[in-house]
Design a protein around this ligand. Structure first.
Ligand code: NAD
Ligand code: TYD
Length: 351
């Protein structure tokens, strides 16, 4: 089948892996990547597919409703896979409004463009919203997040994502837009901007800089390799039921401090350092405000109904990831030039 798909945020971390998968796996689809190219968007993430005949790029800010409408009218997309977002919790604490603009207003602009374009003919159309498990809040007494766990967002980031999820469901209910939503746990892998835990720590290990562990390092996250998330997005997009939500995760929980020790040990081995060298860099710093204690996804629905499962064991994934950052020092040097030093100073100087 020929399809014209708009993928938003395709120059970012997860989006770049989704764009690559779709461009290569579906030569009959025309893949249009809409991205504002914020600090987190980087076209170097997708140089391998940029010349493919079924790939097109549009530099557009989702907050600019007129530009989004114009693009939709010009191309009459059949489907949207919406990933563009402000995605870092610490930045959302410093500047919540930016998150409201992109994550809420930007999502509504995209929904409006789809609604106007698809009015009267929703057959075969699909609006896929990629979201996060953080909308469910923080787990304190065991258990998992299920698809029907009540929303309880705790950070400005998760509140903005929860709000965008609500708008997507409201457009499904009110205007009958065919939608599907997935909520995924923490991703790791190549091309992640080094503001997030794993690439930031790998970069600091490389540069012999302190490793800033928030609080006591007891918070728990559930980690999934980014390519496995992209594969899940492919399954949800093609096989997910209209109006449904799918939780995505690898049943792979780690306390931050245990995860950091694995990173240090693996990095020592791969960098030819004495065992224990990188662990010496661990520094406990002031905790994140309102720091969610634990996230954990029950991924049984997507596994049973859509047949998806993670392809990589964590030990393999983390080694692949650290190797990628070691081998792509130029990528890291480029993304940490410019404003990164300023960001790092504001975020970490007073912790
Ligand atoms: P990212 O920050 O790496 O990339 C975001 C992309 O969106 C960038 O390319 C950026 O340029 C673009 N963008 C930002 N604002 C924009 C705007 N106003 N208009 C157009 N483009 C804009 O994010 P990511 O980690 O790849 O996350 C992608 C999506 O997946 C997000 O919706 C996020 O909430 C969700 N998610 C992320 C994780 C994770 O662990 N990273 C886990 C679950 C869900
Ligand atoms: P992060 O990668 O920012 O993802 P999220 O907050 O969306 O889960 O952080 C993962 C965990 O690591 C989280 O508990 C906060 C912690 N953390 C640190 O301890 N130090 C750091 O420098 C960063 C960026 C995160």
């Amino acid at each position: 089948m020929n399809r014209k798909i708009l993928i938003s945020g395709g120059a970012g971390f997860i989006g770049s892996h989704v764009v690559r998968l779709f461009v290569n796996k579906y030569p009959n689809y025309q893949i249009h990547n809409l991205d504002k190219l914020t600090y987190a968007g980087n076209l170097k993430n997708i140089t391998d597919i940029e010349k493919a005949p079924n790939y097109h790029f549009h530099k557009i800010d989702l907050v600019d409703a007129a530009a989004v409408n114009q693009l939709f009218t010009a191309h009459q997309f059949d489907a949207v896979i919406h990933l563009a977002a402000e995605s870092h919790v610490d930045r959302s604490i410093s500047n919540p409004l930016e998150f409201v603009m992109t994550n809420v207003v930007g999502t509504v602009n995209l929904l409006n463009a789809a609604k106007d374009c698809w009015k009267g003919n929703m057959e075969g159309k699909r609006f896929y919203h990629v979201s996060t498990d953080e909308v469910y809040g923080s787990l304190h007494d065991g258990g998992f997040f299920y698809e029907d766990t009540p929303y309880d967002p705790q950070s400005p980031y998760s509140a903005s994502k929860a709000s965008s999820d609500h708008f997507v469901r409201a457009y499904h209910n009110t205007y009958k837009i065919p939608v599907v939503i997935s909520n995924c746990s923490n991703n790791y892998g190549p091309n992640q901007f080094p503001e997030k835990l794993i690439p930031l720590f790998i970069n600091n290990i490389r540069n012999n800089k302190p490793l800033p562990v928030y609080g006591k390092g007891e918070n728990v996250r559930d980690w999934l390799y980014v390519v496995d998330h992209a594969r899940a997005i492919d399954d949800v997009f093609h096989k997910g039921k209209n109006g449904e939500t799918y939780n995505i995760g690898g049943f792979n929980e780690w306390t931050n401090i245990d995860l950091i020790k694995v990173i240090c040990k693996t990095a020592d081995r791969l960098l030819g350092r004495a065992e224990g060298e990188s662990e010496k860099l661990i520094t406990y710093v002031t905790d994140r405000a309102g720091h969610d204690l634990r996230y954990a996804i029950d991924a049984n629905k997507i596994m049973k109904e859509l047949g998806w499962e993670p392809s990589l064991q964590f030990e393999e994934g983390i080694e692949k990831t650290i190797n990628w950052y070691i081998e792509n020092q130029l990528w890291m040097d480029e993304v940490t030039s410019g404003d990164y030093a300023k960001y790092y100073d504001t975020m970490y100087a007073e912790r």
